[in-house]
Design a protein around this ligand. Structure first.
Ligand code: SF4
Length: 563
């Protein structure tokens, strides 16, 4: 195999790439996580757990690349890595240098990282490392032909060079040889074991050549062309096998792949070997009902809304919250949906913290309104780096806010009581906190709670046997509220979709939904949410997803449902 197909060599190349990225302070997430998990660098075993936590930190950035400064505060937990990175960064190489100088730099990097020092290398690894050291000298040859190059070019050429080197590890001499019967003819051993002595092997089957008449084939003694020849060949082969050693054992398996085998008629098998019992026998399989976990002990939980939502969608998905696993977003370029949602939420929060009633909203001039929107967006997005994505995002959010404020101006009169308020909820004994986007009091005294959504929310997600979006229903049954509504904020449409006791408390709504009237609906929410909470607490964990529950679920590796 080429050298680059061996893990040890791939680790070396990854570590060199990390050295390059540390110099440029633009580190690739995959390279970093592979490099710090390498078993070949110093203190790999000692810092194994903390390095795994560090990997999780990097994954939580959800970025393809990051700067080391972003990780600085977490590096204290991995002092060896921290010292190694510091040492690599403190010796910046020239941007361009000859191949032999790069080779020296690469060797220095591997030395700083303590390559092959954390444990004794296996025989193959040792040979591979030696082979790498010998092969990498090829860069010196390149130095004689080529001038100065950058580090990327040097690593790429090293990788190409190594990919041309074929490597086969030398194994220790073994006293056993495994041969076919033809190869074994004429050899002599201390002992020999001839396997598979079935009637398929000896004697061979009659097999006349196709295009030679049978009599001519027999005359010319073409192998397998007559029974006499076959009998003679079989006897010769048997004699050769018997003469392999003074101690020869012949054997055959009585069955193979569910078919019975017959012994060769040339031998008489007298003893039957007992099948050896394994030292460790498989235990009998047990059945375990895995639809029920233990009763929940601590009733104060994090992520309560998400838990109840998932418990209703699929009991196993709800149960999986107990495992405290973290799910990381895929690395992305620009802003992902979560970040876009946060920016819109924050901009609206800052806006309505200042404009607290419809009267003050209406009193704003167009110019003042525009300025205020721009200010609040700038505040919401300020901690993101200045990029073209940021400029586009500002324009996008401004358009959404402008459209929404037109809607808001047309509502009945309201005052904003709170924004982004944290509330405590208790659903059938399960206690958790949740955040509300906005709570308004209408002119008629009704209280309406709002949830900003950048997708396409539907009122139907509150009604029916499964509550797909339980946040507002949870608030509604825990507080004095007379209505709940989504504020849809996306490029397709900006609108308010809700359900209220007094229809006048919200803009006119479509009557095509499966919701009951306000009081009945609240009773229904009570019953459904209490059942979900009790199911979670008693540990119901059956893998029974509702329609579309698996679409955005990351627990398929645990429940083993094939999505
Ligand atoms: S993948 Fe589907 S079945 Fe598995 S836990 Fe998630 S929702 Fe349930």
């Amino acid at each position: 195999m080429p050298l680059t197909d061996y893990p040890l060599i791939r680790h070396i190349l990854t570590l060199l790439k990390l050295c390059e990225q540390l110099q440029n302070n633009r580190i690739n997430t995959d390279t970093f996580n592979t490099a710090i998990a390498s078993p070949y660098i110093a203190h790999a075993q000692q810092e194994q757990s903390v390095r795994a936590v560090l990997s999780n930190r990097v994954l939580s950035f959800s970025q393809t690349h990051f700067k080391l400064t972003r990780l600085e505060q977490y590096l204290d937990s991995t002092p060896t890595l921290k010292a190694q990175f510091k040492s690599i960064i403190s010796q910046p190489p020239p941007r361009q240098q000859s191949y032999d100088q790069w080779l020296r730099f690469f060797n220095d990097c591997l030395q700083i990282l303590g390559f092959a020092t954390d444990r004794t290398l296996s025989s193959t690894e040792y040979q591979l490392f030696n082979k790498y050291q010998a092969s990498s000298l090829g860069l010196n040859q390149l130095a004689q032909t080529y001038g100065k190059v950058g580090i990327s070019q040097a690593i790429s050429n090293l990788e190409h060079w190594l990919s041309q080197v074929i490597f086969q590890a030398q194994s220790a001499k073994t006293p056993i040889q495994i041969l076919g019967s033809l190869e074994a003819e004429g050899l002599y051993y201390d002992a020999a074991w001839v396997l598979d002595m079935t009637n398929d092997f000896l004697p061979a089957a009659l097999n006349s050549p196709r295009f030679i008449p049978a009599d001519i084939a027999q005359q010319q003694q073409i192998p397998h062309s007559s029974f006499e020849l076959i009998a003679k060949d079989a006897q010769d082969t048997l004699n050769d096998l018997i003469n392999l050693s003074d101690a020869v054992i012949f054997s055959y398996a009585k069955s193979h792949q569910a078919s019975d085998r017959q012994p060769s008629p040339l031998l008489k098998f007298e003893t039957e070997t007992q099948i050896l019992q394994h030292k460790y026998q498989n235990t009998d399989l047990e059945s375990l009902a895995d639809i029920q976990a233990n009763q929940l002990a601590d009733k104060q939980v994090r992520g309560g809304v998400g838990i109840l939502k998932d418990q209703m969608a699929c009991a196993f998905k709800g149960f999986a919250h107990r495992l405290n696993t973290r799910i990381f977003d895929d690395p992305h370029i620009g802003f992902d949906r979560k970040e876009q949602g946060t920016i819109v939420h924050n901009a609206l929060q800052y806006f309505y913290q200042e404009i607290t009633s419809q009267a003050s909203l209406l009193a704003l001039s167009d110019e003042a309104l525009n300025t205020l929107i721009e200010q609040k967006i700038a505040l919401a997005i300020e901690h993101y780096a200045d990029t073209g994505f940021k400029t586009i995002e500002k324009i996008r959010v401004k358009e959404l806010m402008q459209q929404f404020i037109v809607c808001d101006k047309q509502r009945e009169s309201f005052s904003v009581i709170s924004t982004e308020q944290t509330i405590n909820a208790n659903i059938a004994g399960l206690q958790f906190t949740t955040r509300l986007d906005r709570l308004d009091e209408m002119g008629n005294g009704d209280r309406i709670v709002f949830d900003y959504k950048i997708g396409k929310p539907s009122v139907a997600s509150w009604c029916g046997e499964v509550i797909k979006e339980p946040q507002l229903p949870i608030y509604a049954i825990s507080n004095n509220t007379q209505g709940i509504a989504f504020i849809q904020l996306n490029a397709d449409k900006v609108s308010i979709k809700g359900l209220s006791k007094d229809p006048n408390s919200l803009p006119k709504q479509s009557s095509r939904n499966s919701c009951l009237d306000w009081d009945e609906q609240q009773h229904s929410w009570h019953a459904t949410l209490n059942t979900a909470s009790q199911d979670f607490q008693i540990g119901k964990a059956a893998v029974l997803p509702t329609k579309a529950a698996c679409d955005y679920c990351d627990y398929d590796a645990l429940c083993r449902v094939e999505k």
